[in-house]
Structures are given as structure tokens and as C-alpha cells.
Design a protein around this ligand. Structure first.
Ligand SMILES: Nc1ncnc2c1ncn2[C@@H]1O[C@H](COP(=O)(O)OP(=O)(O)OP(=O)(O)O)[C@@H](O)[C@H]1O
Length: 264
């Protein structure tokens, strides 16, 4: 296990049951500022459940979640978001008919609250704040490599760009911790490489703490210095990519399912 003094996030013995199904059992996670963690595991292992608990989408059946010393256990997702935990979802959830920058601006509204009425009425203060928001949104779109797509309708953007736009929108909530749920899902090799660069730059330049769930092993192992593996709701490994790959339970978790998937 990894020791982390002054943790940013502490998930302690998190358990989630759905009727008789234990989706996650006694799962613990401690993250320091600036950590970049990959969470992997076979289908149905409990990864999405872990993300749902860490972002407040679901309350845990047992256990606790603390962000920078504040106990968030049982709070609503909005409270998690305002406290600084942002996430993306497996399925793209953009406002398809809005422009790319407006989607990013929606993230600012989530964080700071929106005065939509003054925006609609076109009051001068609202116009100034809209300009400011557009500038901020553009700068984040630059960070994720979408500077050329500011005014494009989100629904018309290529798939890989839409996924990066979701990341920009999550960044607009000014998170302390960003959870990325299968960010490379459905991407081709070029898009995946671009995404890797984007995540690296968010991590290194913005110094953001990140956790990502991903099925693409190569992607996780080459990006994350720390990897956790869950299987059947239980944490079975937590360490460097090399340590995790040398853990017999990890090979068993993948190979034992008869899928012959190599952990590499
Ligand atoms: N809302 C729910 N109701 C009942 N069972 C659920 C629910 N959500 C998840 N489960 C069960 O909990 C277990 C863990 O599911 P989870 O979606 O967290 O796994 P996962 O690792 O994200 O899987 P995948 O890689 O396939 O997305 C599975 O057995 C799943 O069927």
C-alpha cells in the first residue's frame, strides 16, 4: 500500500450494495495533491461504482469520503462538485446543440451558480461576464488542444474532440480532483495518443490530481505511476505499474475469466 501524508482525498473502507449484490467492498483510496492514478479491473469489477461513490452520484452503503479534511460522505453530487471533485462519464454528455465554448462555460456556471435571467435579458453586467466566460472557456479549450473549435456546434465535432471537450468542461468547474471514466473509450489510435498528451499536460502544467478508469491497459500503464486493480468488488493491487503486473492475483483476475487478456 502507498503511504500519503496530508491526503487530498481519502476514501475509507467504501462498500456499496445493490440488493444482494456487493458491487464494491471495503475499497480504500488515498490520494495526495498531484497524484495520477489509474483504476483498472475486468468487466463488472466495481470501477464505475467506485467513481460513482467518489463523485457523490451514489452514497456508499458503508465507509467514508473526505476531501482535504472535509467529510463528504452522504452529500449530494452538487456538494461534491462545489467542493472540487469533477468527473466525466463513460457516455458523452454534452449539450449537442450548444457551441463548444458554451459547453465549457456550463462548467463555470456549475461551479459559481448562474444568473441566467440577466444573461437572457442581455444586461450589461451579464454581457461582461459572458465575455469573461468565453475567454476562460477558450483558454481551457486551448489546454485540451481544441483552440480551433471554439464556435463549432458540439454535436458536429469528431468523437475524440467531444471527449476532450468534456474534459475542458470538467476543468471549468475548477476541480481539485478530476475523475475520468474511460476517457479513451471508442477512440482510434491517433485520438488515443492525442488524449494521452492532453492528460499529461493537464497533470503536469495544471498540477491537477487525476484518477482514470480505463480498459486500455497500455494507455493506463504508460500514463500512470500508480495503478489500483479491483476485481469482484475488491481491491487486489495498489502500486506502480510494474508492481501491479507482478501481482499474481492481477493475472488471475484477468486470465481466470478465460479471456486471455494480457496485463501489459
Ligand atoms: N445500479 C445497479 N444495480 C444493481 N447492480 C449493479 C448496479 N450497478 C452496478 N451493479 C453491479 O455491481 C457490479 C460492479 O459494477 P460496475 O459497473 O461498478 O463495474 P465496472 O468495473 O465499472 O464494469 P465495466 O468495466 O463493465 O464498466 C456488477 O456486478 C454490476 O452488475
Amino acid at each position: 500500500m502507498v503511504e500519503t501524508p496530508n491526503p487530498l482525498l481519502q476514501g475509507d473502507k467504501l462498500t456499496r450494495r445493490f440488493g444482494g449484490v456487493v458491487a464494491l467492498s471495503d475499497y480504500s483510496l488515498t490520494l495526495g495533491e498531484g497524484d495520477l492514478l489509474g483504476l483498472i479491473g475486468p468487466n463488472g469489477a466495481g470501477k464505475t461504482t467506485a467513481f460513482n461513490l467518489l463523485s457523490g452520484v451514489l452514497p456508499p452503503s458503508a465507509g467514508s469520503i473526505t476531501l482535504a479534511g472535509r467529510n463528504l460522505t452522504g452529500e449530494r453530487p452538487e456538494v461534491f462538485a462545489r467542493s472540487g471533485i469533477a468527473r466525466t462519464f463513460q457516455n458523452i454528455r454534452l449539450f449537442r446543440d450548444l457551441s463548444a465554448w458554451e459547453n465549457v462555460a456550463a462548467g463555470y456556471h456549475m461551479r459559481h451558480g448562474a444568473n441566467w435571467l440577466s444573461t437572457i435579458l442581455g444586461l450589461p453586467a451579464a454581457r461582461t461576464s459572458e465575455r469573461r466566460m468565453r475567454d476562460k472557456a477558450c483558454s481551457l479549450m486551448e489546454t485540451v488542444g481544441l483552440a480551433d473549435f471554439i464556435d463549432q456546434r458540439a454535436g458536429d465535432m469528431p468523437y475524440g474532440h467531444q471527449r476532450k471537450l468534456e474534459i475542458a468542461r470538467a476543468l471549468a468547474t475548477e476541480p481539485r480532483l478530476l475523475l475520468l471514466d474511460e476517457p479513451a473509450a471508442g477512440m482510434n489510435a491517433t485520438e488515443t495518443e492525442e488524449l494521452k498528451r492532453t492528460i499529461k499536460s493537464i497533470h503536469e502544467e495544471l498540477g491537477l490530481t487525476l484518477v482514470l478508469v480505463e480498459h486500455d491497459m497500455r494507455f493506463v500503464m504508460s500514463l500512470c505511476r500508480r495503478v489500483q486493480v479491483v476485481n469482484r468488488g475488491e481491491l487486489i493491487a495498489d502500486g506502480t505499474p510494474e508492481e501491479v503486473q507482478a501481482t499474481p492475483a492481477v493475472a488471475e483476475a484477468y486470465l481466470g475469466k478465460g479471456r486471455g487478456k494480457k496485463v501489459a
